[in-house]
Design a protein around this ligand. Structure first.
Ligand code: GCO
Ligand code: MG
Length: 408
């Protein structure tokens, strides 16, 4: 069996999804997602210029060897661009493998450990009242877990968590007015004065059952993060996410010595080599990698297995940065993983998105139910894809009030 062709599409409704379609000589095809938020043309070029010419003629069933060929075979390996490109190929090969076997990918991984996978939604408010309303709306829809982000009084611009524009509440983040980013102003003191109290008011209002999460988005120093995690212990957060910049694995030691608040980290990691210390030293409770940027199912699964040895559960990244193809790949891992924790999930389910990526995966009362169709259980409509093309966009950058550049 041979791979005969592969195509890359960039575009989508309100996003630049990077979709890979791999064709074979047996008529079976596979789909993968290489979307790298606001850098979408780069994994597309890596695929197009380097990987696809090598892929043609390979046996798609040998997904492990193909993964090793691209990873070890690239002298300059790793990094988000390369790993997103390898990840898309890998997802597509698992899709093909499932279709050949007539089995959903979760069965190839070891079968289902659960039916529905717990998800969390993003509740946001420009102020605390707005946040109360947003949480109440999710609770009403049956969600059991919500991430809480709130505008900070006196902070000169909206925080990352409270996007401006028509997707407010949807956390689409990308600003499509061009590649020159807007600037957000950050003030750690204001944040530290306001947020612990806000979280505790949400706990008071919504009671003990609701799972509450909060994302610091890499903005604190290790000492500040330790103090914050300690102060919010009475709120009993499900997790505190990215309290410190993710490059510094040792930063979490200080936090761990001072607090028992569960920590989630990893949405910007691309390989096990960025989180092995965090996992082995049990400095985190949830690993947040995404199947896209972490090299596909083959590599993400290795991270999940390592995490399982150290009491670390999964909490895969699921911002709308990923297309429904990655979300499908993660749904299969979530159905299987013995150490599954939670899945971040923002409903992309616009009619346009559903038309581009038809599937029967579904969300019900705060749980995601994976499709039982062979492979990843998701399709890509090339006719629909003709409606979309690449639109330049950017994340904001963050500066302190005196102009110092900070972590987005
Ligand atoms: C999350 C993330 C996102 C990122 C986005 C960047 O927890 O969902 O922090 O909101 O900011 O994926 O492209
Ligand atoms: Mg995050």
């Amino acid at each position: 069996m041979k791979i005969t062709d592969a195509k890359v599409f960039v575009g989508g409704p309100g996003k630049n999804y990077v979709t890979l379609k791999i064709m074979t000589d047996q008529g079976v095809y596979g789909l993968g997602d290489a979307t790298l938020n606001n850098r979408e043309t780069l994994p597309a070029a890596y695929l197009h210029d380097y990987l696809i010419p090598n892929l043609i003629g390979m046996d798609p069933r040998r997904s492990e060897d193909i993964w090793q060929f691209f990873y070890r075979g690239a002298y300059f390996r790793r990094g988000p661009i390369a790993m997103a490109a390898f990840g898309a190929i890998d997802m597509a090969l698992w899709d093909i493998k499932g279709k050949l076997a007539g089995m959903p990918v979760y069965d190839l991984l070891g079968g289902k450990s659960r039916d529905g996978a717990l998800v969390y939604a993003h509740a946001t408010g420009v102020d605390l009242e707005g946040l109360f309303d947003s949480v109440a709306a999710y609770v009403e829809q049956g969600y059991k877990a919500v991430r809480l982000q709130c505008g900070i009084p006196g902070m000169p611009t909206a925080s990352y968590a409270v996007p401006e524009g028509k997707f407010a509440g949807g956390d689409f983040i990308t600003d499509f007015s061009g590649i020159i980013p807007k600037t957000e102003i950050w003030d750690t003191d204001r944040y530290l004065r306001f947020m612990p109290e806000a979280l505790s008011k949400i706990r008071e209002r919504f009671g003990p059952e609701l799972k509450l999460l909060h994302d610091v988005h890499h903005r604190l120093t290790p000492r500040e993060a330790a103090a914050f995690a300690k102060e919010v212990e009475p709120v009993r957060l499900f997790w505190l996410e990215d309290p410190t910049p993710a490059e510094d694995q040792a930063a979490l030691r200080l936090l761990r010595q001072h607090s028992t608040t569960p920590i989630a980290i990893g949405e910007v990691f691309n390989s096990v080599w960025e989180c092995n210390k965090l996992i082995e030293e049990e400095l985190i409770d949830f690993i947040r990698v995404a199947v896209t940027y972490a090299g596909g199912i083959t590599h993400a699964r290795r991270i999940v297995d390592l995490a399982g040895l150290h009491n670390v559960r999964t909490g895969f990244h699921g911002a709308p940065s990923h297309s429904p193809i990655s979300m499908a790949a993660q749904a299969h891992l979530n159905a299987w993983a013995p150490n599954f924790g939670i899945q971040e999930y923002l409903v992309l389910g616009t009619p346009e998105c559903d038309a581009l990526f038809p599937s029967d995966h579904f969300l019900k009362e705060g749980q995601f139910f994976v499709s039982d169709a062979p492979g990843l259980g998701i399709d890509f409509d090339e006719g629909e894809a003709k409606r979309y093309s690449y639109k330049p966009g950017s994340h904001p950058v963050v500066r302190l009030e005196d102009g110092t550049l900070w972590n987005y």
